[in-house]
Design a protein around this ligand. Sequence first.
Ligand code: FAD
Ligand code: SF4
Length: 494
Amino acid sequence: MGKTTGFMEYERQSQRERDPSERTKDWVDYTAPMTEDEIKKQGARCMDCGVPTCHTGTEINGSTTGCPVNHLIPEWNDLVYRGQWKAALEKEHEKNNFPEFTGIACPAPCEGACVLGINESPVAIRTVERSIIERGFEEGWVKPEPPSKRTGKKIAVVGSGPAGMAAAAQLNKAGHWVTVYERHDRVGGLLTYGIPEMKLSYEIVERRVKILEAEGIEFVTNTEVGKDVTEEQLRADFDSVILCGGSTVHRNIPAEGRELKGIHYAMDFLHQNTKSLLDSNHEDGNYISAKDKDVIVIGGGDTGTDCLATSVRHNCKSLTQFDIYDKKLSARDDEDNPWPQWPIVHRVEYGHKEAAAVLGDDPRAYAVMTKKFVGDENGHVKEVHTVNVKLRYENGKKIRDEIPGTEKVWPADLVLLAIGFKGPEQDLIKQLGVETTERSTVKAEYGKYTTNVEGVFAAGDVRRGQSLIVWAINEGREAARECDRYLMGTTELP
Ligand SMILES: Cc1cc2nc3c(=O)[nH]c(=O)nc-3n(C[C@H](O)[C@H](O)[C@H](O)COP(=O)(O)OP(=O)(O)OC[C@H]3O[C@@H](n4cnc5c(N)ncnc54)[C@H](O)[C@@H]3O)c2cc1C
Ligand code: SF4
């Protein structure tokens, strides 16, 4: 531990951001750089706890707390404080193949579990994490490291999201030949076509993909396994398969008027926006535009926030985000939600700040349930009808009672459904004969990742259901370990 009094001397400073009214004029990273001295002070705040609760990821009450990849957080905090950046980078890479993805976009369950957070602001762990890996790239320390020996075994990874990329990276390290199949035209899964450019740019994904390619991994895009590559081809060409196809079946709102034009899944909006932006700087016009529209985003999570930030950049006329939950407390409730649980508190994310800066107010409406959509004479949505609800539990089940007199009509020409995903697509899973759970995710035990089909493993959202980048990386790494054990009889992968 570098500075024993650091946590008393220095205030928490998390990632700086550009001015929200300025940054919404472009699609460039919304954050701003920090000085080396600022980052060192954040490292110095770490107390090197006897039980570093930040370091171990687990789930309590359905939320993640602590780091799922078991990052060596106290170690790299100390090294950063001492200015030993290269050693800090090595510690980061020991546990996480892609700290640049988590350093940018992880909600940081490590910070929720940080001991300093009991009576102070937690250590700005994610900010330190990001600074280490960026320094590594700037200094040229992150280089391809191809394995010295090849085993001759071949593995197909289906899906190039963080789970697939992590599995591929680890299996390649063990000397296997890895081919990653991706049905879209670009690699990265939801890192590329879910999270928008200003939060996590494709350049960051591509920078890592180039390193993985130079290490010997083959990425095959525009190729859907199950259609363009058949199950027989997989069996003939590969010794093992890892399913990392994500959890992409949309959740819908089966309300009256759902079929109207102008109502879209958030993912279609976000995917098309990023593709058009990357392909042609939006000149091809192949995206759903929010320009001059009254936009309603249904869903209070991260995807909804990404829709806000995207709509503001399109110059929408108005913007409202419906959250089915009540507004949360500003500080954690120590009785119901004690440390080290993930703090359930009101958060103001980048998209909320941007909407407020450009349109004048925080765009959220709370405890709002959509009742129906009403269209104009051309079959285009023009209104969303809602009612406020009160949540209660009956035998552990959520019941939402409508509050009489709270009915409201909202003008809308674009409605975006950001209410999550039901589970993975089933075609390939069925073709392979892989068993699923009652949630339609692939049945494979956490830590083992084996399915009922010999040689077929599963990791990430396809196994866990809709989750986080950091869990996808954790599962990809561990599935690689189990696959290596299956192929070689033993493994040295972590
Ligand atoms: C809009 C949005 C924002 C998010 N923001 C965050 C965030 O800020 N922080 C965070 O931690 N998490 C976030 N998440 C969640 C996170 O992105 C996912 O949990 C994570 O990407 C899952 O990784 P994965 O590799 O399992 O699957 P994915 O990232 O979904 O990747 C799966 C890939 O497999 C491909 N594929 C599927 N089937 C086939 C097939 N048969 N053949 C070939 N390819 C196939 C798909 O095209 C896709 O590219 C967000 C999710 C969304 C939707
Ligand atoms: S819990 Fe917080 S203070 Fe303790 S070691 Fe982890 S980051 Fe440092």
